[in-house]
Design a binder for this molecule. Structure first.
Ligand code: MD3
Ligand code: FE
Length: 203
């Protein structure tokens, strides 16, 4: 079903379940070309979440700042192409949430292990903030934190499970958000991991 979590954000519970096997095969393919890495923030902290990307642009970070790049700084090569099953699911989920014609040019792949977390932040490195973000959760469950535009705003908690798809756009696009430290609750397909795909129009 469709579950609103904000004025212009919805959870599509279990929406990716029918596509889990091809999605995971495609994730393995991307990781073989562009291995997971722990990025360093401009402040000098190493992120507990491991990341890679596919699509024309990939999100990366180092001591010089956050940015989107067409080249994977680890391989010196372009990021792997966006698998068709990724683009298809993202476009179809966005349309189901009322955002027609979403054509992502970037997919950030986040891997969480027990204890990995993502502190509250805003996503504002994308050129077109009118485009939504679509996220797909796979593997172990996570508690997603959804705050407001201001640091002082209260945060709501949303449990995201294997197969859940979330679409965030419009007035919710710049809300602060994060992920609580992952508990160890092994998943039958993925074991002790959570994989999150976030689809963006970055360029
Ligand atoms: C709400 N990832 O990669 S996905 C991120 O579960 C990120 O890995 C989290 O936050 C994760 O930047 C959450 C959902 C998400 C992504 C972007 C958003 C929610 C968002 C941008 C605006 C509002
Ligand atoms: Fe984010």
């Amino acid at each position: 079903g469709i579950e609103p979590i904000g004025p212009q954000s919805v959870v599509l519970r279990g929406h990716a379940l029918p596509h889990a096997a091809p999605l995971l095969a495609a994730v393995d393919g991307v990781m073989a070309q562009a291995p997971l890495r722990h990025l360093v923030t401009p402040g000098g902290f190493t992120m507990s979440v491991a990341m890679t990307n596919c699509g024309a642009l990939g999100w990366t970070s180092d001591r010089r700042g956050y940015r989107y790049s067409a080249i994977d700084p680890v391989s010196g090569q372009p990021w792997p192409a966006m698998p068709a099953v990724f683009a298809q699911l993202a476009g179809e989920a966005a349309a189901a949430a009322g955002f027609e014609g979403f054509a992502p040019d970037a997919c950030l792949i986040n891997q969480y292990l027990p204890g990995s977390r993502l502190s509250l932040h805003q996503d504002r490195d994308e050129r077109d903030l009118g485009a939504p973000i679509v996220s797909v959760s796979l593997g172990m469950p996570a508690t997603f934190l959804f705050g407001g535009l201001a640091r002082a705003d209260k945060t709501a908690r949303v449990l995201l499970r294997h197969g859940d798809v979330v679409v965030w756009g419009g007035v919710d696009r710049l809300r602060r958000h994060g992920v609580l430290p992952l508990k160890d609750q092994p998943h039958p397909l993925l074991g002790g991991r959570r994989i999150n795909l976030t689809f963006r129009k970055a360029g």
